[in-house]
Write a protein that binds this ligand. Structure first.
Ligand code: ATP
Ligand code: MG
Length: 292
């Protein structure tokens, strides 16, 4: 599925500033990473794409069809997992997925059973069928959400910050699961964890205070600061001097001494050595440097 977002602006009724400001994004098949800090506008954008909320200005096209005038049709090929997934706490996974099947119009009981078993197997919830969803952990709930999406077979899957609050093992399991189900599908997933998009997405969008700061290939994103990324190891206070001269992307303290990474055309100090830019460097640079 091809998604075209054109000049999208959102102003909330009681919002002080624009939550989205003339956003232009094209998204094709595969996993697309939407990354940005808290309040960047990720959820706002996803809710508009998922037809839950209208934009103030601008248009979205799904495979050339305008969203606003084709909402019902688009909803049938759309899956949306909101930031806080509650699902149905009193049901167990089998009952829940059976409900999803029925909503989808699958009348044959044996067909439903087979579909449910397959989905539970894919997301790794075998053995957890009797537990109520209300007693599932955060990671299990995210997986249940994916199972639901698999049953609905959406061409477009929108997942809002699925890795927040997951332990490292569960997080990796979940990311692998996403790549497993990404075939011939468009998955948009948002995060503020840079490592999430490291292996998963080819194309990314960096968004900050409602504006697109970068859109495109992840590797090209890093190449943009190649030959301009430096590391300086020095004395306490150096980090503040460097901040005035360059865009600092990270400061780590080792035995009380700062190790500063920064982006600049030329090295700012004699002690600086050139380093290979990381995705994190590129990201923080796109956001204008570290805040704190
Ligand atoms: N219902 C609302 N009314 C007014 N302002 C809102 C509303 N929802 C969000 N906003 C504002 O819109 C901006 C974007 O919020 P949004 O929730 O889309 O960000 P986000 O990138 O999803 O953040 P997070 O990472 O914290 O989930 C923020 O400034 C937020 O305060
Ligand atoms: Mg959000």
């Amino acid at each position: 599925m091809k998604l075209e977002i054109k000049n999208l602006t959102k102003i909330y009724p009681r919002g002080k500033k624009k939550a989205l400001d003339s956003v232009n994004i094209e998204i094709g098949e595969g996993i697309f990473g939407l990354i940005g800090r808290n309040g960047a506008g990720k959820t706002t954008l996803m809710r508009i794409i998922a037809t839950i909320m209208d934009a103030t200005e601008g248009e979205i096209y799904y495979d050339g069809k305008e969203l606003k005038t084709n909402k019902e049709e688009l909803r049938s090929s759309l899956g949306y997992l909101p930031q806080s997934t509650k699902l149905m706490p009193r049901l167990n996974i089998v009952e829940f997925l059976d409900y999803v099947c029925i909503m989808k119009g699958i009348k044959d009981k044996a067909e439903r059973k087979a579909k449910i078993e397959e989905a539970i197997e894919t997301v790794g919830l075998v053995g957890e069928e009797k537990k109520r969803l209300g007693n599932y952990s955060g990671g299990m709930l995210r997986r249940a959400g994916i199972a639901q999406a698999l049953i609905s077979e959406p061409k477009l899957l929108i997942i809002d910050e699925p890795t927040t609050g997951l332990d490292p093992e569960e997080r990796l399991y979940f990311l692998n699961l996403l790549s497993k189900i990404a075939n011939d599908r468009t998955i948009i997933f948002s995060t503020h964890i840079i490592a999430d998009i490291e292996h998963l997405c080819k194309n990314i969008c960096v968004i900050e205070t409602g504006e697109v700061k970068y859109l495109g290939d992840k590797t090209e994103f890093m190449d943009g600061i190649k030959g301009k990324t430096w590391e300086h190891s020095g004395e306490p206070g150096d980090e503040n001097i460097l901040r005035k001269e360059a865009v600092v992307t990270s400061v780590a303290y080792i035995d009380g001494k700062p190790l500063v990474r920064y982006v600049s055309e030329k090295p700012v100090t004699e002690a600086s050595v050139i380093v290979t830019p990381s995705l994190e460097d590129a990201y923080i640079f796109a956001l204008g440097g570290i805040k704190r």
